[in-house]
Design a binder for this molecule. Structure first.
Ligand code: ADP
Ligand code: MG
Length: 146
C-alpha cells in the first residue's frame, strides 16, 4: 500500500531557494516524529540531490513517499543528464565549474554520500534525458514515529 506522498519543486540555478525542498522534507519527517538519525540521513541525501539538480541538472522536484516499511526519496530533474553514471558516482569526480567551486561546491562527494546514507540508491539518467535518483530507507525498529 502506498502511503503519504509529498513533492516539492526544485528550480535550476536558483541559489536563493536552493535547499528549501530538502528542508521541507526534513520538517515533514520531524513533525511525524521519525528517528532523528534516520531524518539526518534523508536530509543529507535530499540536500545533495537537490543541489545537484540546481547546479548540474534542470528544474525538477524532490519527492518523499512514506510507507509503513520504508521511506522512498526521489529527486528528479529535466536537465542535461549524466553521460557516465558509474564515473559520476566515484568519490571526487566533479564537473563543477570555478564559480561553483568558489561557492564551496564541487567536492565530488554528493553522489557517494547519497549512496552511503541510503539503504538503496538507483540512478537513472541519460545524456539529454534528465536525471532521476531514487533512494530507499527501510524502516527498522526505533525508526518509527513514537
Ligand atoms: N542532476 C544531475 N544532472 C546532471 N549531472 C549531474 C547531476 N547530478 C550529478 N551530476 C554529475 O555528477 C557529478 C558528481 O556529482 P556529485 O558527486 O554530487 O559531486 P559535485 O556535485 O560536487 O560535482 C557532477 O559533477 C555532475 O557532473
Ligand atoms: Mg553534488
Amino acid at each position: 500500500m502506498a502511503g503519504l506522498v509529498k513533492s516539492f519543486n526544485i528550480k535550476a540555478r536558483d541559489f536563493n531557494h536552493a535547499g528549501e525542498a530538502s528542508i521541507s522534507v526534513q520538517s515533514l519527517l520531524k513533525s511525524m516524529n521519525y528517528n532523528p538519525k534516520l531524518i539526518r540521513r534523508i536530509a543529507i541525501c535530499g540536500y545533495e540531490g537537490e543541489m545537484n539538480a540546481v547546479m548540474h541538472g534542470g528544474d525538477g522536484f524532490l519527492r518523499i513517499e512514506i510507507d509503513s516499511d520504508k521511506l522512498v526519496l526521489e529527486v528528479s530533474d529535466s536537465g542535461q543528464g549524466i553521460e557516465d553514471i558509474e564515473l559520476a558516482m566515484q568519490a571526487g569526480y566533479s564537473t563543477a565549474n570555478d564559480d561553483y567551486r568558489e561557492m564551496g561546491f564541487g567536492a565530488g562527494m554528493g553522489l557517494p554520500n547519497m549512496k552511503k546514507n541510503a539503504d538503496q540508491i538507483i540512478v537513472e539518467s541519460e545524456k539529454g534525458q534528465g536525471t532521476q535518483v531514487r533512494m530507499i530507507f527501510f524502516i527498522k525498529e526505533g525508526d518509527m514515529p513514537a
